[in-house]
Write a protein that binds this ligand. Sequence first.
Ligand code: SF4
Length: 360
Amino acid sequence: MRNPTLPEELTVQVELPTIMPRSKRRPSVLRTEAQQAVESDPEIPNLTEAELIERIQHLRKERNAIILAHNYQLPIIQDLADFVGDSLQLSQQAAKTDAPLIVFCGVHFMAETAAILCPDKKVLIPDPEAGCSLAATITAEEVRQWKQQHLDGVVVAYVNTDADVKAEADYCCTSSNAVKVVQAIPEDKEILFLPDMFLGLYVQRMTGRKIHLWMGECHVHAGFRAEDIVNAMHAYPDADLLLHPECGCVSQCMFALAEGDLPQERTFVHSTGGMVRHVRDSSAPIHLVATEVGMLHRLKKEAPQKQFIPVKGDAICEYMKTITLPKLYRSLRDEVYEVRVPEEIAQRARRAIDRMLEVV
Ligand code: SF4
């Protein structure tokens, strides 16, 4: 059967992005303030892992807190969370929880999104320096300048952006609904898609729409190469391939599919939430996973009888991994670090996020 996630016809013409590549600004997490705080804490360095877990369990009940964790979090954090999911699912969980306190184990822009959606709740992140190389590729001022060049353009911002960038957008999207969001915009509108150029190229191919792309990329996903994928597929002929649309090789893989170098019926482009659904339903015994390696823990829990193989074993997001057990404990104990978004920015960003949630 044909893979429904791929377009009927793959054109081999790629429309090049309309602006020049930009320099990359990667936040540093070498030695964060939160890390120093747990190391110099009078209590935390003396606790065993089991004691930390016991205290976290006690505090979450006492404070009536909910712990949300992204699919790329460390296994021990995922195992403690009330809910594990992709950006969209975590936003939805944050929006519907009754808990007055949300501890967000993910990167900063995700916790900001939760704070925007839940102005009446306290949102904590265990390490506020958990940034994102992709979000760091664009500022609100750069969006304003870009809009000046396309006055009728509709701005679609991938959720991997800071709150003040979202505030400049008309719509937000995640990798699981980007295609639907773009399809919901009237055909005669120009679209400015930011900040991930690979996701934007993928959306352009799937929708056939002309899209102006911001040349941002995630350093983890940009490292995937099409030849690694093709080689892995040849090594595991019974495997399904799960490919995240942020990966730098998605366009090349689509060419490889068109050329017959990759099997259409075993190749699937999915958000991390889509990957979870896929492994639940697929009969394939082996899955090759092309995204951040934290995803494998989640997939193994969903389908323990199946085998999961990372296409790139060193695809590790250091920002996601800054959230550790000692920091999670300190976050609950001391109620740090609270994530707040100024109301004027939150209001405008909320409009773009709400529009996205309406399209889901
Ligand atoms: S994996 Fe990439 S996009 Fe995701 S948080 Fe890390 S740097 Fe950002």
